[in-house]
Design a protein around this ligand. Structure first.
Ligand SMILES: NC(=O)c1ccc[n+]([C@@H]2O[C@H](COP(=O)([O-])OP(=O)(O)OC[C@H]3O[C@@H](n4cnc5c(N)ncnc54)[C@H](O)[C@@H]3O)[C@@H](O)[C@H]2O)c1
Length: 278
């Protein structure tokens, strides 16, 4: 693995826990300065402290990615403190289970505001700092295996992950000439605080985030996934991250086996294409 990222600056949203915290550890191990951004300020600070305890350089910022101004302010502070951004991880995503029709307008607005507009705000705010950075420069957008093995009872989440996948595909094409890499991260199930942190992060005025066990069970049964390999730790999910970024991979599947779903998707798409040519 080349030295490309060492000594650089990594900005990670949702770094207070789970995948974001694991990514912070991976980048810090490369000698990168880490900025841990999260709505859970204490979580972000504990991630930054863990990096500092290992002799690294890290800073925490409490913010809501649905708040565009907050991200612009965070970018101004990162520019003052570090001058640029080498790796940007737009990683925040909240979960809300429920059947379409049962999901409320507040459920849809919340999930799309955080999972889609949050990613757009994050990239808009930090793209100028990526452009100021010496090579390597990279953007990592966290999607989900739900974006190629969809299931029932998580329509808002899946819609948001298809949306950020389309956004990331476009961003990758548009930044290629500037030699800024873009990778789409497709984690399978991870043993993180995802449901709990989502509940905690939901704005009070939208009412509580209800999670029904029956929805989760129905969702898991409806997906073409190999349960044995589907759930892993965030540490395991990031074991190949740096190598994959160094190869500027378009797609990064972190773990799990969704081959059956992927093959089904493309076989049906190809068949539809063949019919169109008849
Ligand atoms: N856990 C899984 O099974 C799984 C599977 C596939 C994809 N993902 C995706 O991985 C990413 C990370 O999830 P995780 O499993 O590590 O969950 P996590 O709960 O451990 O981490 C998510 C972090 O995001 C923060 N957050 C939530 N809303 C926020 C907001 N509005 N602004 C700023 N921070 C906010 C939370 O406080 C939390 O620290 C998400 O995009 C998620 O959709 C998770």
């Amino acid at each position: 693995m080349d030295e490309g990222f060492s000594g650089g600056v990594a900005v990670i949203t949702g770094a207070g826990s789970g995948l974001g915290a694991a990514m912070a550890g991976r980048f810090a191990a490369q000698g990168m300065t880490v900025f841990a951004l999260d709505i859970d300020g204490a979580g972000a600070e504990s991630t930054a402290q863990a990096v500092r305890d290992n002799g690294g350089r890290a800073f925490a910022m409490a913010l809501d990615v649905a708040n565009r101004e907050a991200l612009l302010e965070a970018a101004r502070r990162v520019e003052e403190m570090a001058g640029h951004c080498s790796v940007l991880c737009a990683n925040v995503g909240v979960q809300q289970f429920g059947a379409i029709g049962a999901l409320t307008e507040n459920d849809w607005r919340w999930v799309l505001d955080v999972n889609v507009m949050g990613v757009i705000h994050t990239v808009d705010a930090f793209l100028p700092l990526l452009r100021k950075a010496p090579p390597r420069r990279h953007v990592v957008i966290t999607s989900s295996s739900a974006a190629y093995s969809p299931g029932i009872r998580m329509g808002a989440y899946t819609t948001s992950k298809y949306a950020v996948t389309g956004y990331a595909e476009t961003l990758r094409l548009e930044l290629a000439d500037e030699d800024i890499g873009v990778s789409i991260l497709f984690p399978a199930g991870m043993a993180t605080r995802h449901l709990e942190s989502s509940r905690n992060a939901r704005p009070a005025e939208l009412g509580p985030s209800e999670t029904r066990r029956a929805d989760i069970d129905a969702m898991m049964q409806s997906r073409k996934i190999d349960m044995a390999s589907h759930v892993a730790t965030a540490e395991h999910a990031t074991r190949h991250l740096l190598e994959e970024l160094c190869e500027n991979r378009r797609y990064i599947i972190t773990h799990g086996d969704c081959r059956a779903a992927i093959i089904d998707n493309f076989e049906e798409l190809l068949a539809a294409q063949d019919r169109a040519l008849e």
